[in-house]
Design a protein around this ligand. Sequence first.
Ligand code: GLA
Length: 405
Amino acid sequence: MRISASLCLAALASASFVSAPASAQPAIKSAPITAATPPMGWNSWNFFAGKVTDKDIRAAADNLVATGMKDAGYIYVNIDDTWEGQRDADGVLHTNSKFPDMKALADYVHSKGLKIGIYSGPGSKTCAGYAASLGHEEQDAKLYADWGIDYLKYDECSFTGDVLEKQAPSDKAAQMRLMIAAYQKMGSALHATGRPIVFSLCQYGWDAVWEWAPGIGGNLWRTTGDINPRWDRIYAILSQQAGLEKYAGPGHWNDPDMLEVGNGKLSLEENWSHFAMWAMLASPLLAGNDLPNMKPEIKAILTNSDVIAIDQDRLGHQATRAYSDGEVEVWTRHLSGGALAIAILDAGDSRYSTHPFHLDLARLGLHGPQNGKDLKTGQPITLTNNMPIEIQSHDTLLVRIATPK
Ligand code: GLA
């Protein structure tokens, strides 16, 4: 069982309280929580997939700085699958030719004031067929720490065939116990390195991972299968997050997958809604776009500081779907200082101006006019009961109310 440093310190603090007078108490400073707010950064998979190289990662780091994304909070530069080479006779994993020197790359990313993430899995192979960590967990965790890695995405992939189907072919409950043990093994191995490494579980939400991941040291866990840059997929994933809000909080987050903002053929409204709703969900914000060629309107979305402030709100309360009216959905999120974020999303394409959406404030527990800020335009807005709101197909009205009544 991986026990968080803060829990250990709390236990130490209470133990010493029993045995020593108050005046003799050492000042105990609790360790910072890893991933106290949802991790923000960029990951290589959604744009580069298997083609990513050392050069691309350096360019991503350079561009996070040059575009202002680093200043907006995007700190992690995460290498996804396909960096792995072969193990040597001692079992030490080496990089492949696309990544000639991982330590030098980590040093470079750190020199920019950023952090670096890497990828593996509990099976013998990653999803792209490269070497993963089965039987080498401690060795790999130590290697990552030696390189200076700050974040690990740990992807199930071949673990099903390698272990679950071999060791418990027709016993789902036993398979899940094996899965939990495998993730716990890497969680403990990372913890044993003494380096704070964000532990990102990727097993597609199987067997209510949100119920057990925090207990084995998981800082985030994928709740669904893979995202792609299409509205129907993004909306399907969003829908599956309703009800999971109670599992999110500082240090442990639901992960509806990395951002596709700026990818594929998403419209501007879809890019905005994707970003706005992921922020409402207190989701990790890992951009996955082509940073050197980012269009200004995509940069404007990704660096919208009001939206990022919702995602990063220190209370870590994930949004709740308050109600829906056909294809229009209203989500709310309670923020620090008593503020409230309201997102009204038109997820479909069959509502026209002859029948705009009418906001029912009472269903949000609100009474009377609510003064707020429209976070897309930056302009003040007053929400009144039953007001007609026309929202374009796949667009979202995102409002922050400082003092809800
Ligand atoms: C799985 C994951 C993706 C990505 C690929 C890499 O599909 O869900 O996010 O990491 O593997 O092979």
